[in-house]
Structure formats: structure tokens, C-alpha cells
Design a protein around this ligand. Structure first.
Ligand code: HEC
Ligand code: HEC
Length: 502
């Protein structure tokens, strides 16, 4: 082939596009050759010699015969996309044809069928394609003396890429406290967690803010290669945690700790986030996975630029913040509002409350009630997983290892997420070491490892490590009680689900 030069495909184009174009180009040539018009250079000139031949009617000297132009460098197959501005010179600045006599050539272009939306002027195709499809382009060179040649090539117009846009209800979902009416066991009286609320005064959750947060949470554009969203590792049906022991990032790499369930993160009193509390706030935390080199691999300036080019975000940012400007600060605020909106208050445990007063024996089964009494009694679980939000109050060492493997927040201390939805959010602990609640209960029953760092709640008054020595029935009851913390309303609530069509 003589025409390896391919001016329509610049270096910025993707390799995929390039190889697709090459395949098309080969196809085009094959079909042209099959038409029988191919010349020795593999092109398809339809050449007409405009010379009149020997002049027999006059006695004057014979004129040299006019020679028609020839195709010297055929056009390769071209591609463009609907909606994209396109400009292509099919004469290749004069290289497509040569005229043996050096005549000045003029060009005419035809695109068939005619509905491409592109326009032609002499040798140049320009405009914005409107209709996807395969088109045949014919460029004809005319030497002005009756000599013409033409070159036919394929122009493929690809459909406009589908912009994955969220489907949101016409009337937005409600997330703000004033809109959702948290039950009294969350707002007043013994065990209500409101004093531990880590919502900052300057980032209260609004309906529009959390709506934007939800879209961001499920938008794979947050990862550098559009493969992973927050929701990939925080799965609603799994309590916004990840069923995999370690989560898989944008390039297939694994996180070094287990994903955390997110319900009631709002009620972790000191407001710090991550197992090791390394983020000072939810606002700080949500920007970390975006930039983490295993998780999403992005940078904030890159993300802001990327989202600014996505049309549906303008109105969402305007609704949340008053104008369409996209900044990393606003991304952080919206995501934090969404995370704090994930409140679990509709479990079986909650249904035992009427106006903030619980009647557990009337609501829980006998086994669940037995388990509750262990949780809040002999098991002392509530001393660390406390309040009606079942959330921890500080990072502690719960005796997983006698010798510290992962220092966590220091000395093997870790934050624990709320135990809400714990029955569906296996595996457990910062390293996902326990696959079942039975293993967790066995740990607290007789597996707690002694070390100078062990939390005092797990020691007897004489300093020895506590052993619960529960019977099998008591262990089963404790697990049954943990099941009453599953909040199916939250786990299936459309306002927390993925708004992007699959
Ligand atoms: C590749 C998986 C992955 C992705 C993507 C991911 N996370 Fe996480 N997330 C984790 C892991 C793992 C942890 C625990 C890491 C640690 O503590 O060291 C975590 C922890 C968290 C926490 C801390 C919870 C607490 O109570 O302290 C929050 C909040 C959170 N993620 C929100 C998000 C948001 C918002 C996004 C999207 C911007 C996101 N995550 C993206 C895996 C992921
Ligand atoms: C001294 C405080 C303390 C006590 C008492 C305590 N826990 Fe924990 N719990 C923690 C900490 C800290 C973690 C997180 C540890 C880690 O991942 O390294 C945790 C984690 C858990 C988890 C896993 C959470 C998750 O999302 O992976 C479960 C389940 C659990 N505890 C149940 C219980 C039960 C049941 C009891 C009572 C028998 C109990 N805990 C008693 C501090 C405590």
C-alpha cells in the first residue's frame, strides 16, 4: 500500500480508534479493489483522458495530448463522531492527485448518502456530523482541460457517546433533618445519639446537597479511568460496606484494610474518620479515596475539570450551592452531607420504641431479647458500641492481637463503625479477619488477646482478660439480637441507591 500516511488520525486519538480506522481502511481498499478500479498504487482513479486526439480537420501542428490527473496518494478511510466539529481536506493539500502535465487542479466532493450533516467546499469536508453511518466520499480532480480523476473513500460517522446521566425524581428525595423526622430515640431521652452528632454547623445536610452527594457517590467519573465509584466499595445492600475482604480499586489493586460500613457514621462523637481516625472530618475523609493511588487514582484539579464538562452537574451544583461552579470544596461538602444522611433508624430494634420509650420484650423474640440483655449486660458490648445508633465513642484496642500488627490509631486501637446492619456487612474488623458473626462472638467470648494496649472494658477488675464463657444458646441469642439492627428500609431506600442506569 502506498498511502500509509493518514492525516485524519492525529496522535491524540485513542489506539482503539486508530486500529478501528485501520481496519476500515483495509476494508475500503478491499472493496475498492473488488470494483476493478484499482490502479497499481492500490487507488481507484476513474480517469478520463480529455485529449481530442489527432486533429484531422486543420492543417496546423498537432497539439500534445492532454493527460488526465492521476491518484497519487489515495485517501484512507476516515472517521468522525456525531456532534464533533470535523474538518478534512480530501486533496491532502494537493497530494491526493498529481497531474502529469502540471495542470492546476480543481476539486469537487460528494458525500453519499447526503444526510451526514457535513458540508463540502472544493476539497474540504467540514461541519458537525448529525447522522451516524457509513458514507462514501468521492473527490474528483479536474485539470480544466477535460481530464478528470476521482478517489473514493469511506467516512464512518460514529454515534455520539452516551453520557451516563443519573435518573433523579422530579421532586427530589428528602435528606435534611427537618424533612425526615428522626424518631425520638434519636433526638431526645436516654440513649439518643444526638449529642454525638459530628455534623458541622457550616455543612448541614440539605436535600439538594445530599442529592448531589448521592450522584457523586455513585459516579464512576470520580475514578481516573471511570471504572470505580464510592458505591463500588460501599454497597447499599451490604450496609454500605464491601462483601469482599479487601476492596478492588480502579486498576484492580486491593485496599490494605476492609471497607467500612457507613450507616450512622454521623454519630461518631469525635468526628474522625477511617479505622485509624486519620481523617479529621467527613469533609476531609471523602476526598481521600478520590486521590488514593489504589482506590480511584484521581487528582482534585483533574476531577473538577472532568466534572465541569459534564452537563448534568451544573443544575445539581446550583441547587446545592447557589451557582454551577464546581470546586473540590463543594464536592467534599456534598459527599459528606450524603454520608451523614445515611442514618439507620428503621430497624426492628427501632420498632420497639414508641415516643422514645422502648418495650423490647413486646417487639423482639425471646431469643433476640435474651441477646439484647447479653449485649447490654454481661457482654458489655454497649460500653463500646453504645447509644441507639450503636456507634463507638473512640478508637480502642479490642484485643485482636497480642502483638500489634497494624498500629491503627496508635497501639492497635481502631475506630469501629456502627453495628447497624452488621448481619449483612461481613467480613468484620479492620482487616476483615472474621467471616461470620459467630467468629466475632467467639473472639469476645474467649479470644481476646492480652497486651498493655487492651481496652480496660475488656478486663476484669483484677486486670485479667475477661472471658464471657457464653453457652451455645447465649451466643446464638447475641447473634440474633445483632440481627435486629438490620435496617432493611435503609438498605433498599431508593434515595440511597445508584441513580445511574445500569
Ligand atoms: C476501592 C474501594 C473504595 C472506594 C472506591 C471508596 N472507599 Fe471508602 N473506604 C474504603 C476502605 C477500604 C475504607 C477503610 C480504609 C481505612 O480505614 O484505612 C473506607 C472508608 C471510608 C469511610 C470512613 C467511615 C468511617 O466511619 O470512618 C468513609 C466515610 C468512606 N470510605 C466514604 C467513601 C466515599 C465518599 C468514597 C467516594 C469518594 C469512597 N469511600 C470510595 C474503600 C473504598
Ligand atoms: C473495648 C471496646 C469494645 C467492646 C467492649 C466490644 N467491642 Fe466490638 N469492636 C470494638 C472495636 C475497637 C472494634 C474494631 C476493631 C478493629 O477492627 O480492629 C470492634 C468491632 C466489632 C465488630 C466488627 C465491626 C465491623 O464493622 O467490622 C463487631 C461485630 C463487634 N465489635 C461486636 C461486638 C460485640 C458483640 C461485643 C460484645 C460481646 C463487642 N463488640 C464488644 C470495640 C469493642
Amino acid at each position: 500500500m502506498t498511502h500509509t500516511h493518514n492525516p485524519g488520525l492525529s496522535g491524540q486519538r485513542s489506539l482503539a480508534l486508530r486500529s478501528a480506522a485501520l481496519a476500515l481502511q483495509t476494508l475500503a481498499l478491499l472493496s475498492l479493489a473488488a470494483c476493478g478500479g484499482a490502479d497499481s498504487s492500490g487507488t481507484t482513479p476513474a480517469t478520463t483522458d480529455g485529449s481530442t486526439g489527432p486533429d484531422v480537420t486543420t492543417a496546423g501542428p498537432r497539439q500534445p495530448a492532454n493527460r488526465a490527473p492521476v491518484v497519487s496518494s489515495a485517501n484512507a478511510a476516515q472517521t468522525t463522531t456525531v456532534g464533533v466539529t470535523y474538518n478534512y481536506d480530501a486533496s491532502k493539500a494537493g497530494a491526493t492527485f498529481t497531474d502529469p502535465d502540471g495542470d492546476k487542479l480543481t476539486y469537487v466532493l460528494a458525500i453519499s448518502p447526503a444526510n451526514s450533516g457535513l458540508t463540502t467546499a472544493a476539497a474540504v469536508i467540514s461541519g458537525t456530523a448529525t447522522t451516524a453511518g457509513n458514507y462514501t466520499v468521492t473527490i474528483t480532480a479536474n485539470d480544466g482541460k477535460g481530464g478528470v480523476a476521482s478517489n473514493v473513500f469511506t467516512l464512518t460517522i460514529a454515534p455520539a457517546p452516551v453520557v451516563r446521566a443519573p435518573v433523579l425524581p422530579a421532586t427530589g428525595f428528602l435528606y435534611a433533618d427537618a424533612s425526615i423526622n428522626l424518631p425520638r430515640q434519636f433526638t431526645t431521652g436516654a440513649g439518643n445519639p444526638s449529642a454525638a452528632d459530628n455534623t458541622p454547623a457550616n455543612n448541614l445536610t440539605s436535600n439538594a446537597g445530599a442529592t448531589l452527594g448521592r450522584v457523586l457517590f455513585y459516579d464512576k467519573r470520580l475514578s481516573v479511568n471511570d471504572t470505580v465509584s464510592c458505591g463500588s466499595c460501599h454497597v447499599q445492600s451490604a450496609g454500605f460496606s464491601d462483601p469482599r475482604r479487601f476492596s478492588v480499586g480502579f486498576q484492580g489493586g486491593l485496599t490494605t484494610r476492609a471497607s467500612m460500613s457507613l450507616a450512622n457514621a454521623r454519630y461518631y462523637q469525635n468526628g474522625k474518620f477511617f479505622w485509624d481516625e486519620r481523617a479529621a472530618s467527613a469533609e476531609a475523609q471523602v476526598l481521600v479515596p478520590i486521590q488514593n493511588t489504589t482506590e480511584m487514582g484521581n487528582s482534585l484539579p483533574q476531577l473538577v475539570a472532568k466534572l465541569s464538562a459534564v452537563q448534568f452537574y451544573g443544575p445539581l451544583f446550583t441547587a446545592a450551592f447557589g451557582d454551577p461552579a464546581i470546586t473540590s470544596d463543594r464536592i467534599s461538602r456534598a459527599l459528606a452531607q450524603y454520608v451523614r444522611a445515611i442514618v439507620s433508624y428503621r430497624s426492628k430494634y427501632d420498632s420497639a420504641f414508641t415516643n422514645g420509650v422502648a418495650n423490647f420484650p413486646a417487639t423482639l423474640t425471646a431469643q433476640e431479647e435474651q441477646g439484647r440483655q447479653i449485649f447490654e449486660g454481661a457482654g458489655r458490648c454497649d460500653t463500646c458500641h453504645g447509644s441507639n445508633a450503636h456507634v463507638a465513642d473512640a478508637a480502642r484496642n479490642n484485643g485482636l492481637d497480642a502483638t500489634v500488627i497494624d498500629v491503627g490509631a496508635g497501639n492497635g486501637r481502631f475506630k469501629s463503625p456502627s453495628l447497624r446492619n452488621i448481619a449483612v456487612s461481613a467480613p468484620y474488623m479492620h482487616d476483615g479477619r472474621f467471616a461470620t458473626l459467630a467468629e466475632v462472638v467467639d473472639h469476645y467470648d474467649h479470644g481476646v488477646q492480652d497486651s498493655p494496649n487492651l481496652a480496660p472494658q475488656l478486663r476484669n477488675p483484677d486486670g485479667t482478660v475477661r472471658r464471657l464463657n457464653l453457652t451455645a444458646a447465649q451466643k446464638a441469642a447475641l447473634i440474633a439480637f445483632l440481627g435486629t439492627l438490620t435496617d432493611n428500609a435503609l438498605l433498599t431506600d431508593p434515595k440511597f441507591s445508584d441513580p445511574f442506569p445500569q
